[in-house]
Design a protein around this ligand. Structure first.
Ligand SMILES: [Zn+2]
Length: 408
């Protein structure tokens, strides 16, 4: 991202977050999920790459042969600074940045510079009452006291009232209940190549059982500091964590031809709250089903264990920080809507916010009088709705420049 005086400081040569194309002076990685590393490869050498200590540890196994001298470790909770050239004025400019725990896999970044204050959440879960979120909250409030947050790049994966789900603690208990209620079954749990480690550790601890993972995942677990919980020996446990891409009805049917097996899919994605008429309604008040896990198929349960914030958490987050402007970082999110549609009225005001306010009003009024740009965005997202499950993980990141006046 490039920011100066206006909003997008991410274009034309300053810094990029989770984007790896040529043209920036410094690159920031929030975490190593594949949708944030598109364009990164072992041969990538475009500049210094700032990342958390955890990401730095995982880098050699994710990108064997990567030039590790490019990595700059950013410690959580401490301001760092970076001197870069301003493409518009040819003068040097200092960007300060603070990494905050995103309670997902590593971090979000708060940037401070001549462009103002800008927060890039990456993917994050804002469970406001958890200890880690309380620490993050204190860090952000302390850094932003007496100043405006000018730009918020928000994880809008579930930015719609239809997405309502409980805390991960509640969802994890449900998963344990499902496992305990199937004492004679094998269990397979779908996970990605990174993330959900705390869920698996919780299951292991409560049930006093080891958990099988595939060999590369075991290596990742060891790098993350989990040494005694996981195994690659199937004979040691009936609970296996398998790659999400291999988790399907066909897989479960195949496994059940050999042994009784159930599958558990921990994800926020299937969880659309129903309105009081029982219809899925993206704009209606959400009603959370008290029976939070669902039997999706004869052999499959889905449980709303999500590492992304649900709508009410996003709303709390915006209310707390009162950014002047918001940009969703996932343009292909399920039921994508510009976050300003829901949160524009919670935004703070500063300089150019007259125009912003106008834009929010027209967006909220139903669309007929939208600015050209707003119309384009809404139509664009509507057209993509049917493809979201394929696309939702491939478009993230931002680039900030001091000359670009549109967010990318
Ligand atoms: Zn992620």
């Amino acid at each position: 991202m490039t920011v100066v005086g206006g909003r997008a400081v991410m274009e034309n040569g300053m810094i990029s977050v989770d984007r790896w194309a040529i043209g920036s002076q410094a690159y920031f990685l929030t975490h190593l999920h594949a949708d944030h590393t598109q364009g990164l490869s072992p041969s990538w050498r475009r500049g210094p790459l700032f990342c958390s200590r955890v990401s730095a540890k995982l880098f050699p196994s994710k990108f064997p042969g990567f030039d590790l001298s490019l990595l700059r470790v950013v410690d959580i909770g401490r301001w760092h600074s970076l001197s870069i050239a301003s493409p518009s004025s040819d003068s040097a400019s200092t960007v300060h940045f603070l990494a905050v725990d995103a309670y997902h896999c590593p971090v979000m970044y708060l940037f401070r510079g001549e462009f103002g204050y800008m927060l890039y959440t990456g993917d994050f879960r804002w469970e406001a009452m958890s200890d880690r979120a309380l620490i993050g909250r204190a860090m952000l409030l302390n850094a932003l006291k007496d100043v405006n947050l000018d730009y918020l790049y928000l994880d809008n994966t579930y930015c719609n009232p239809a997405y309502a789900f409980p805390s991960r603690e509640v969802a994890a208990k449900q998963i344990v209940n499902i496992i305990e209620s199937h004492p004679k079954h094998d269990i397979v749990i779908a996970i990605d190549s990174l993330g959900k480690e705390n869920l698996l550790a919780y299951i292991s601890r409560v049930l006093n059982i080891k958990i099988w993972v595939w060999p590369e995942r075991l290596q990742t677990m060891h790098l993350l500091g989990f040494h005694d919980i996981f195994t690659t020996k199937t004979s040691l446990t009936r609970v296996r964590a398998i790659p999400r891409y291999s988790f399907s009805i066909e897989t479960l049917e195949g496994l059940n031809r050999m042994r009784p097996t159930i599958g558990i899919m921990p994800s926020g994605l299937p969880w659309v709250a129903k309105n009081d008429k029982g219809n899925n309604h993206p704009l209606g008040p959400p009603v959370i089903d008290p029976n939070i896990f669902k039997k999706y198929h004869q052999y499959i349960y889905t449980v709303p264990y999500s590492d992304h914030s649900c709508f009410s958490e996003l709303k709390d987050f915006v209310k707390l920080l009162k950014p002047v402007d918001i940009k969703g970082i996932v343009t292909s999110a399920p039921s994508y809507t510009n976050p300003l549609y829901f949160f524009g009225h919670l935004c703070g005001t500063k300089q150019t916010s007259q125009a912003l306010h106008q834009k929010n009003e027209t967006l909220r009024s139903g669309g007929s009088k939208l600015h050209k740009k707003g119309v384009k965005k809404l139509q664009h997202t509507g057209a993509r709705a049917s493809r979201v499950s394929i696309l939702r993980r491939v478009r993230r990141g931002a680039k900030v420049s001091d000359t670009d006046s549109t967010l990318v």
